[in-house]
Design a protein. Structure first.
Length: 361
């Protein structure tokens, strides 16, 4: 294999795939990137056996072929070359020579035919998602994904069709987020998209095509293709967690609410950052007892005409929820101090958010 490629183009390809390459692995080839040169194109592929990414770009190919090279080393070499450099790669007899100007590197290769191919297999359904739809579905829900290894079936976003809407749900058992857009087609199966794939989907800056099978998901974004295994499990019946009878309604300015939470949580004594909301009349008093760190109290003007109530929440959950809501005004529906509360952007029917309460003194 012999080719030359602009340094910026090679850097783009490597950046698109290196995030899924294993940094530390007992399988040496998983630390490598597969480079495949064909007529006028170079394709780079990386994988960790759970997710695979490929990207292709323009190159001058003198001799087609395929090799694998250490991904981290090749990316570091590329990143340290001059911005306007041209990189040549030539491979034979188990080594590859990477040259640019007066710089020359010899790297060990591993056989291309041994590189795993996660993208093999048939996909049952394909549908498009715009950048805006991706932002709604994943940008408003991903923060609530669980990171608890023993509950692997909630380590991701549950994507499924409900009443003609494509719906995304994430929960960690303490908070829940749901968002929906009109389904681009009917019959989309319910799947749990793992955390790393959700992150890769959110990174895309162009419209994507999504393909699903019973065990995999693939997205195509321009000349980048990312394929991932799905989470093999059953997502819990999240509908049971969403409150329907909360009769106490408070309306907050989102920016003011978020700033107030951050202020009072400064003295929180532990990671829970428990914040007590005391609602009465047209005011909300946010307070924190921080033990030796002291106490904090802040008051906001709100819309509230129900009976007074005190309820506690994890301040971090409130902050994350507010960041995910795409509205300037937030509506909070509360039942009683021991029941989950419902957060939503005022007038926004595309998403809702649930936070379980905390016991606070």
């Amino acid at each position: 294999m012999r080719l030359s490629i602009e340094r910026a183009e090679l850097a783009r390809l490597l950046s698109a795939v290196d995030r899924v390459v294993e940094a530390r692995t007992t399988i040496p080839i998983l630390s490598n990137v597969l480079l495949t040169a064909t007529d006028g194109r170079l394709e780079a592929r990386g994988t960790n056996l759970d997710i695979e990414a490929t990207a292709s770009g323009v190159a001058t190919v003198d001799a087609p072929g395929a090799i694998t090279l250490p991904a981290k080393t090749l990316k570091e070499i590329t990143g340290k070359l001059p911005k306007d450099a041209v990189v040549s790669i030539a491979a034979e007899d188990g080594t590859a020579t990477v040259k640019s100007g007066r710089s020359r590197f010899k790297l060990a290769t591993l056989p291309a035919e041994d590189y795993p191919d996660l993208a093999n297999g048939k996909f049952d359904v394909t549908f498009p998602l715009t950048v805006s739809q991706v932002k709604t579905l994943f940008g408003r829900t991903a923060y609530a994904m669980s990171t608890e290894a023993t509950r692997y079936y909630i380590n991701g976003v549950y994507l499924h069709e409900v009443d003609g809407n494509l719906t995304a749900v994430a929960t960690d058992g303490h908070q829940l987020a749901r968002a929906a857009v009109p389904a681009p087609l009917r019959g989309i199966p319910g799947v749990i998209i793992p955390t790393q794939m959700v992150t890769e989907i959110q990174r895309q800056t162009v419209d994507i095509d999504v393909s699903l099978s019973s065990s995999k998901i693939r997205i195509v974004a321009g000349d980048t293709v990312i394929t991932s295994k799905l989470v093999d499990g059953t997502f819990p019946d999240y509908q049971r967690v969403i409150p329907t009878g909360n009769d106490k309604r408070a309306v907050f300015d989102k920016a003011e609410f978020g700033a107030s939470v951050e202020r009072v949580a400064t003295v929180a004594a532990d990671r829970s950052r428990a914040v007590k909301l005391s609602l009465a009349g047209g005011a909300a008093v946010l307070s924190v007892r921080g033990g030796d760190a002291g106490t904090a109290e802040d008051e906001l003007a709100i819309e509230y005409d129900s009976e007074p109530i005190e309820i506690g929440f994890n301040g971090t959950y409130i902050a994350n929820t507010l960041r995910a809501i795409d509205a300037e005004t937030v509506e909070v529906l509360i039942g009683d101090p021991g029941a989950p509360a419902l957060f939503a952007g005022l007038g926004d029917a595309t998403s809702l958010h649930v936070i379980m309460p905390m016991r606070v003194s």
